[in-house]
Design a protein around this ligand. Structure first.
Ligand SMILES: C[S@@+](CC[C@H](N)C(=O)[O-])C[C@H]1O[C@@H](n2cnc3c(N)ncnc32)[C@H](O)[C@@H]1O
Length: 188
């Protein structure tokens, strides 16, 4: 598959090019740890990464991936919902936050992110960001995911004050079957 057709490719590219290196990052949906690994590479030895998931299986898969890559970053793999991220991370201290909504690839499709907690997590995430910080969101719809979460997220983002946030919503414009949406938010 061409890398440009993968949503995570764009999220990683934009975070790598836009976020400050060696900073503090959050992976709000750890899953198999691919985003956590990318954030650890960006953090290096001076930065710090906080990663969240509600499934033990995700925390274990991520731990194994980071150990395999001999990651030396200070990281915290937290078995808790991203809607509680403000219990672990200081407000105004974060350089970038990565959300990859939906269910764990290869896991139970029933254990997926939910509109109500996703919105709380985005809201808290925006408060945790520093001025100049950014958030990336991979948003899915159709199939087992349905449309409620995507609609709730888009409605919420539409109302964010443009004086405080730049919100960029992207589309795979000529692809059928409800393609995922890469979204980027920059805090002024
Ligand atoms: C699409 S996967 C993430 C993929 C992952 N970033 C990777 O690189 O493999 C979505 C993950 O969100 C997790 N999740 C669902 N509800 C959550 C919540 N409230 N807080 C944090 N994670 C949640 C699921 O357990 C699942 O592992």
């Amino acid at each position: 598959m061409m890398k440009q057709s993968q949503i995570t490719y764009w999220c990683h590219e934009v975070i790598r090019s836009q976020a400050k290196k060696g900073g503090v990052y959050i992976d709000a949906t750890m899953g198999n740890g691919n985003d956590t690994l990318m954030l650890c590479e960006l953090a290096g030895e001076v930065g710090e990464v906080f990663a969240f998931d509600i499934q033990e299986q995700a925390v274990e898969a991520t731990r194994i991936l980071l150990e395999k890559h001999e990651v030396t970053t200070k990281y915290h793999l937290i078995l808790d919902g991203h809607e509680n991220m403000d219990n672990y991370v200081q407000w105004g201290s974060v350089d970038a936050i990565c959300f990859n909504f939906g269910y764990l690839p290869g896991g139970d499709h029933e254990i997926a992110t939910k509109p109500s907690t996703s919105i709380v997590a985005i809201q808290k995430g925006l408060e945790l960001l520093k001025a100049g910080g950014m958030m990336s969101l991979c948003v899915y719809s159709g199939g087992d995911t349905g449309f409620e979460e995507k609609d709730c997220i888009l409605n919420y983002l539409k109302e964010l004050p443009s004086k405080q946030y730049t919100v960029i919503v992207n589309q795979y414009f000529n692809r059928g079957n409800n393609p995922p949406m890469p979204i980027f938010i920059f805090k002024k």
